[in-house]
Every structure is written in structure tokens, then in C-alpha cells.
Design a protein around this ligand. Structure first.
Ligand SMILES: Nc1nc2c(c(=O)[nH]1)N[C@H]1C(S)=C(S)[C@@H](COP(=O)(O)OP(=O)(O)OC[C@H]3O[C@@H](n4cnc5c(N)ncnc54)[C@H](O)[C@@H]3O)O[C@H]1N2
Ligand code: MOO
Length: 441
């Protein structure tokens, strides 16, 4: 039997170079639009946001109590009115010898400059007076008062362009009465699997030599975090015709990023690279990393000049997951307008010995956590490394690229340099944070 050799042999590029190449193909975020501030969560701002008003917009009480003139020597003070949050009597004027009942968040009446807490006073029975003892005499102006603009000042830039909006940002925007913000649109990502052996988990029948598709559902789930929509192209099998049909579908569907898994290695049924070589431009076809060596990146230009990015991920489930997070996620983030699209790097102490690969740098899956993470734990600046609070990286065990259990609970990848021997337990290493929901450290 005559075996076909691959059409092109690719040089193995370092991961940093691969990332640079990918990010240089994403020249600008997709587009931008006005988004209601109530639902802008998880979008990236396409404008600086300046506070249009002061918060609070007038001095308000921080406590429930009586608005007074600080330093008033009177031991008993007459209540001359009340100011409640949402209901303020503008006519009230407080002067020495007088006070006004106020609730938390209510405007300070004219003349008052401090608030004595209700528990530091006593109502004088059958009168409109409260006993304050020496409490008010000891007060300074501004006590228990939130001054105008002290939380956010009119004209202050509160959010910068390029910021991923989280729940706290939604609260800020809405508290300022901002009803809409200009945000970047998110990319559309399409996902397909290749391989005649691959069938869906829901398939009625599975041939004796078929396996269930682990990659497509996982990649779809990971892509959803960064995309406006994820298109499921299904399973291409091992025929070029089917691969071509699905790629053309993605091009027609205005997909920004196409992700395939499988079929990028050296076998004669590995059709993805040869197809991309014919249909577009392959920027790299091998990366110096473990797992993920055959990772392939190409662009296909549409008639309008707009390019679709294509990532040919390796078929091994761990390889596709790791390369997706390491290389595809930064591209999706940059398309979505993130200013810093790369995975966040942290340092941690290894809990176990980690074997090095002599040929390739390895992304070793770990669970980062803070050991003995008691509430309010604190270590002073002079603490030795052993007693300081440091993140610990616990290996997920055997790291073979088919072993999905090596991803279970993993929230980071230790960047293990290539080399002989191993990194001993207790070593300080760099880790890349995976964008997962179980960031439990
Ligand atoms: N002669 C060489 N062979 C291989 C090399 C090499 O350098 N020279 N590299 C190896 C490395 S590293 C990897 S990684 C794999 C990647 O191969 P492919 O991308 O071509 O993937 P496949 O051959 O299609 O599949 C590999 C493996 O993964 C299983 N698979 C594929 N798709 C799925 C899916 N959707 N869900 C679950 N499992 C899937 C497939 O059945 C295979 O077992 O190549 C090495 N070979
Ligand atoms: O690089 Mo492959 O992804 O080792 O298994």
C-alpha cells in the first residue's frame, strides 16, 4: 500500500511566535454598538466613561440618627423635622439647639454638618427633644456624612476603553444613571470535528471502532464565554469534500473564527493542513509545545477582503482544549476588544515533582489553591517564602494528551521548560490561568 506523505513540512515555531502571528492577524475588534447598561455585562467598552454627576449629588447621612451642628454644647436638642431617604423637607434649617431626624442615605438638612447616631441619643419623654449628652459637643463637622462627589466625582473617568465589564461596572454605570454604553461586538465562532471514527454522544449507533466526540462540545462551551454566537458545523469525517462544504458554510455564515479538531498530524487521512494550504494561507503548522505540536493556523480571505481565522487544533482531547485556551482564546478576546488578551500569568509553588520533556516545553495541568487559606490570613512583608501565603500548584497527575482526567478541576497550566530531569516539589514556577469557572484559589 502506498502511503501519501504530507504536502508540506512545517517548522516548529515557539508558542510566543505563534501567538504573535495570530494576534497580528486580528487587526481590530469586530465592530461596536450601543448596549443598554443593564445588560452590558461581559462586553468590552469601546469608550472612556466619565461620571455625568456627583455621587452622592448632595451631602447625605451615613447613619440613622439626628442631623446636628457639630460642637453644639446643648445636652438636650429639639427635633425640628425629619429628612428621610426619598422624602426631604427642603424648608428645614438646623441650628445650634436643634436637630433633624435623618435616615441612612437621606439628604442633610440646611445648617446641619454632622449626624449623631440614634443609639447615642435618648428621647426625652413627652417632648420633641432628644438627650445627646456630650456626644454632639465632641463631634467634628462631616462626621457620619457622605460629602458631594465623595464616592464618584462628576467629570471623573470611571471606566476606560478596553475594559471587560463585570458586575461592579454594571452597578457603577447604573448608579450614575447611564442607560447605555458603547461596546465592542463579539466574534462569531464555528466549531467542527473531523475523523471518521468520531460520533456524537447522542448518536443512536456507534460502530465498533468509533469514539464519542469530546472536542466539539467542549470547544463550543469554551468559545461561548467570549463569543456572541457559536455555530456548530458538526463532524466532517475524513473526506476533503465534506471538509470543504463545512468551511464554505462557515465563510457564508460570516464566521470570524473557525475551529476544527483532529486531522492536522502526519497521517494520510489528516486532511486539514493540505486543504487549508489550497484554500487560504497557512501561517504555521507546528508549534513547539506539549500538548499541541500539530496546531495549525491559517486565514482564508473572503471576496470582500475580510479574513476568517482558522485554527486546526489537534484531535487529542487535552491537546485541543489546551491549544484552544492558549492560542484561540487570545484571538477571540482581541476580536472582542480586550486590551490584554493573553492568559494571566501567576507564580506558584509546586506541590509535586514535575517531569520535564526533553524536546518540548510542556503545559502541565494543575489545580492552584492557597493552602491553609483561613479567612483573614495575613503574612507580613518580611515572612520567609515558606511561611508566606503562596499559591500552590497541585498536578492533576498523568499528563498524556488523551487523558481528559488531567484537565479535571485544572485552573492553570504550569509552563514547564523543556529539559532533562524534573522540577522538584516546592519550586517556584510560572503558571497561566485558565479561563474556567472553578478558579478556586
Ligand atoms: N508520525 C507522527 N504522528 C503523530 C505526530 C507526529 O508528530 N508524527 N503527532 C502526534 C501528536 S503530538 C498529536 S497531538 C496527534 C494529533 O493528531 P491529529 O490532530 O491528526 O488528530 P487525529 O489523528 O484525528 O486524532 C488524534 C486522537 O484524538 C482522537 N480524537 C480526534 N477527534 C476527537 C474528538 N472530536 N473527540 C475525541 N477524540 C478525538 C482520535 O481518535 C485519536 O485518538 O497526532 C500524533 N501523531
Ligand atoms: O502534542 Mo500532542 O498534542 O502531544 O499529544
Amino acid at each position: 500500500m502506498a502511503y501519501k506523505t504530507p504536502a508540506a513540512l512545517y517548522k516548529m515555531v515557539p508558542v510566543e511566535e505563534a501567538l504573535e502571528t495570530v494576534l497580528s492577524e486580528v487587526t481590530a475588534p469586530k465592530d461596536s454598538f450601543w448596549c443598554p447598561a443593564g445588560i452590558c455585562f461581559n462586553h468590552v467598552l469601546d469608550e472612556d466613561v466619565v461620571a455625568p454627576l456627583d455621587i452622592p449629588d448632595k451631602p447625605v447621612s451615613i447613619v440613622d440618627g439626628f442631623a446636628v451642628v457639630a460642637g453644639d454644647p446643648a445636652k438636650e436638642i429639639e427635633i425640628c423635622g425629619e429628612s428621610r431617604a426619598g422624602h426631604v423637607d427642603e424648608k428645614i434649617v438646623v441650628e445650634r439647639g436643634k436637630c433633624c431626624y435623618v435616615t441612612t442615605g437621606a439628604a442633610l438638612p440646611r445648617g446641619a454638618d454632622a449626624v449623631v447616631m440614634i443609639e447615642d441619643t435618648k428621647k426625652v419623654e413627652d417632648t420633641k427633644k432628644v438627650e445627646v449628652g456630650a456626644n454632639v459637643l465632641a463631634m467634628s463637622a462631616g462626621e457620619n456624612v457622605r460629602q458631594t462627589g465623595s464616592d464618584m466625582a462628576e467629570g471623573e473617568c470611571i471606566l476606560r476603553k478596553g475594559k471587560l465589564l463585570d458586575g461592579a461596572d454594571v452597578a457603577m454605570l447604573n448608579s450614575l444613571g447611564i442607560s447605555r454604553v458603547h461596546v465592542f461586538g463579539k466574534p462569531v465562532c464555528a466549531v467542527m470535528s473531523t475523523g471518521d471514527e468520531v460520533v456524537d454522544a447522542g448518536a443512536r449507533e456507534r460502530g465498533r471502532h468509533q469514539i464519542f466526540d469530546a472536542n466539539r462540545p467542549a470547544l463550543k462551551a469554551c468559545a461561548e464565554r467570549h463569543c456572541s454566537s457559536v455555530v456548530d458545523l458538526g463532524i466532517a469525517g475524513d473526506t476533503e469534500g465534506r471538509l470543504e462544504t463545512l468551511v464554505e458554510e462557515a465563510l457564508e455564515d460570516k464566521v470570524d473564527v473557525l475551529v476544527t479538531s483532529g486531522g492536522v498530524s502526519m497521517g494520510d487521512a489528516d486532511l486539514v493542513k493540505p486543504f487549508l494550504e489550497k484554500r487560504g494561507k497557512v501561517h504555521f503548522g507546528k508549534v513547539l509545545m506539549k500538548p499541541g505540536k500539530p496546531l495549525t493556523f491559517a486565514t482564508i480571505e473572503r471576496d470582500c477582503g475580510q479574513k476568517m481565522l482558522v485554527f486546526g487544533l489537534p484531535g487529542n482531547p487535552v491537546s485541543s482544549y489546551v491549544t484552544f485556551n492558549l492560542v484561540v482564546v487570545p484571538a477571540l478576546r482581541k476580536l472582542a476588544g480586550w486590551q490584554k488578551p493573553l492568559l494571566k500569568r501567576l507564580s506558584a509553588i509546586t506541590a509535586d515533582e514535575i517531569k520535564m520533556d526533553p524536546k518540548r516545553p510542556e503545559y502541565h495541568r494543575v489545580i492552584l489553591s492557597l493552602p491553609k487559606a483561613e479567612a483573614f490570613a495575613y503574612s507580613d512583608p518580611g515572612a520567609s517564602e515558606a511561611s508566606a501565603l503562596a499559591l500552590v500548584a497541585k498536578s492533576t497527575g498523568f499528563q498524556r494528551s488523551s487523558r481528559l482526567l488531567s484537565l479535571r478541576d485544572a485552573n492553570a497550566l504550569v509552563e514547564v521548560p523543556k529539559g532533562s530531569g524534573s522540577i522538584p516539589a516546592g519550586s517556584r514556577v510560572s503558571c497561566l490561568l485558565l479561563p474556567v469557572s472553578n478558579a478556586t484559589f
